[in-house]
Design a protein around this ligand. Sequence first.
Ligand SMILES: NC(=O)c1ccc[n+]([C@@H]2O[C@H](COP(=O)([O-])OP(=O)(O)OC[C@H]3O[C@@H](n4cnc5c(N)ncnc54)[C@H](O)[C@@H]3O)[C@@H](O)[C@H]2O)c1
Length: 421
Amino acid sequence: MRSESMVRDLGLAPEGHKKIDWAARHSLVLNTVRDRYLKDGSLEGLGVGVALPIEAKTAYFTVVLAEAGAEVAVASPSPLFVQDDVAAALAERGVTVYASSQNPPEKSDRELERVLDRTLDGRSAVLIDDRAGLVRLVHTTRRNLLGGVLGASEETTSGVAKYEAMDSEGTLEIPCIAANDARCKYLFDNRYGTGQSTLTAIMQNTNLLVGGKRIVVLGYGWCGKGIARYAAGLGARVTVCEVDPVRGLEAYADGFDVLPALEAARIGEVFITATGSRNVLAGPHFERMQDGTILTNAGAVDIEIDTVDLATVAAKVTDVRRNVEEFAMPDGRRLYLVGRGMVVNLAAGDGHPVEIMDLTFAIQALCTHHLANNHGRLDTAVHLLPKEIDDEVARIKLEALGMGVDVLTPKQEEFLRSWRD
Ligand SMILES: NC(=O)c1ccc[n+]([C@@H]2O[C@H](COP(=O)([O-])OP(=O)(O)OC[C@H]3O[C@@H](n4cnc5c(N)ncnc54)[C@H](O)[C@@H]3O)[C@@H](O)[C@H]2O)c1
């Protein structure tokens, strides 16, 4: 198993083991799911191909799948999301890893293809996907392996949008679960996870104060709401930019200013994109920005900030701190890009808090289990995770916290069902 993996340096494993052990200790929900559901043999001998950032929480998730009997192979959608010590430790724990922070970004697809080759080598497999990378490849360069795929489960909003595009075009050939759209995923991961870890990454990388700053959040979806809330909680003055007027109004009612991005460009000190779209900040915005403006992206799409345009208009680009580049404009203004415009909490941070990823990976573990047991009954379409499974994850978490919810009485259920009452 060890020899199959391609990682930077196996000698880094001891530090990686410590990080994975810390994540394991705080993964109460995933551990309960493992004990309650994954020991029934459903994953025995099953291939599980995983495309996720390689850090402690994802690593522990893949270890849990491997311990349940699955043949797991994992690669990262980008070398910027690879912690080499964790990759090394994972390789020592029975998971095949194709990931190194030193790999050229343009070879990321090659590593995802290796994951498909390995997990679908003479066996059926479930794919745990990020931004639809594995599903795209198994429908194109690895079509020969498509017959073995029982289904796929997608981690993020942008990836679900790609699955839906394939579905409506009629090109999707496997059942897919939008794990991102489970309530126990987006309500916590996208909102609280992205909120906390994005602010943490910005603070750690710039070492600047948040209190009093004018922070502009572009996109007021689940991620944007979390980012705005954490920024406001730290004392920032938050402005929101949206294209959806209802979401814009919601941001206003939540206490934030709402402005078109070109107007916000003049007043913002820190910009955070979370739209899932491209070129949300580009040349016309850069032209209006103040000296010292900080630019960050928290969306999964790494072209939300048009970094090509930024580099083109800049007279000089300098690395001024770890993960911070200075773009000196010809007129003397300086703009600072954190994490190269990649998703900042992963490219220049430690990802979401452990308890958040515990919920997400409990969902993903149950998606894998569901696909392993029900793939024959699922159409080739994008499905939601059944509500009972989503509810069960929340119930397990509440139980772990020593809390609980009520159950409807039969009379209440009847009242809610009936229109005569
Ligand atoms: N950083 C992370 O760890 C993390 C975690 C989860 C999701 N994501 C990614 O973050 C992005 C947003 O996810 P979400 O769940 O909040 O999605 P969402 O669909 O709930 O929200 C996106 C919002 O952006 C708005 N928007 C679209 N284009 C815009 C534009 N040009 N200007 C202003 N607003 C615009 C939309 O109207 C929508 O309200 C996705 O790419 C998702 O994959 C990142």
